[in-house]
Design a protein around this ligand. Structure first.
Ligand code: ADP
Length: 256
């Protein structure tokens, strides 16, 4: 049975190296259901690697990740790749990832893109998936575009389809990897507005972003990373508004 008092997401002792590059050096954090966690920090500090570890697109060297009732201890994974994948695939399906650029199927319509995962991967009945997809497209303000192809949409609209597609899989947690950094500045706002709405609708999200003002508005907790460790954590008022650590202050001074 799920313990409702425990955080929905729990990361402990996460370490990851690429060759000699120790990218994560013992990252811990937890996130309650229905909250928004924002990861900030300089380029190369390990933010994306954390997200990718949550979704097991990257396999950490050691540490544990738990999302709801599925936990993986990466130090204890079987050596055989197939057996390891069997252990991690349940954890992967607990979260949905929205990437920097949308990665939609170009030859499929918007609606087909959104139902692809539910129908092909989750084997849900097509009619249910279509009904869900139409509701999600409405939610991201794109119900009119259901039968168009990605190339007919603006970058911001494509990214909103990417969000609907991630939500269609009904993940426990939605992960955003710099969701606006590939967009022209005038298209950033519409995507951030959709992400903001998710927070009010009770979705649990973990977001990597350089949009500090946005982070300030939506985050229940902010983690400032530098050199593969969490240097500072707290509410946005604490970490962004009144940082305790010199490294956080320097970073914010540079980007604000
Ligand atoms: P951030 O998201 O904070 O910019 P990343 O997690 O993307 O940081 O990257 C952290 C470090 O890990 C960087 O030095 C990056 O070059 C390195 N890195 C990330 N992914 C790989 C990879 N697949 N292979 C080798 N090095 C990588």
């Amino acid at each position: 049975m799920t313990d409702t008092s425990a955080p929905l997401v729990e990361v402990r002792g996460l370490e990851k190296s690429f060759g000699d590059n120790r990218v994560l050096q013992g990252v811990d954090f937890a996130a309650d259901a229905g909250t928004t966690t924002v990861l900030i920090g300089p380029s190369g500090s390990g933010k994306t690697t954390i997200l990718r570890s949550l979704n097991v697109l990257e396999v950490p060297d050691t540490g544990t990740v738990r999302i709801d009732d599925v936990e993986v201890d990466f130090a204890a994974l079987p050596h055989r790749a197939k057996a390891a994948r069997a252990r991690t695939s349940r954890l992967r399906s607990q979260s949905g990832m929205v990437f920097q650029s949308h990665q939609l199927f170009p030859h499929k319509t918007v609606l087909e893109n959104v139902i692809e995962g539910p129908v092909q991967v989750q084997r849900r009945p097509r009619e249910d998936a279509v009904a869900d997809a139409r509701r999600l497209l409405d939610q991201v303000g794109l119900s009119e575009k259901a039968d168009q192809h990605p190339f007919e949409l603006s970058g911001g609209q494509q990214q909103r389809v990417g969000i609907a597609r991630a939500l269609a899989l009904k993940p426990k947690v939605v992960l955003f990897d710099e969701p606006t950094s590939a967009l022209d500045p005038e298209l950033v706002g519409e995507v951030l507005d959709v992400i903001k709405d998710l927070a009010t609708e009770g979705w649990t999200t973990v977001i990597v972003t350089h949009e500090i003002r946005f982070a300030e508005q939506v985050a229940d907790q902010v983690l400032f990373l530098d050199g593969g460790v969490v240097v500072e954590r707290g509410t946005s008022a604490q970490v962004i508004g009144d940082p305790a650590q010199e490294r956080t202050r320097q970073f914010l001074k540079r980007i604000l």
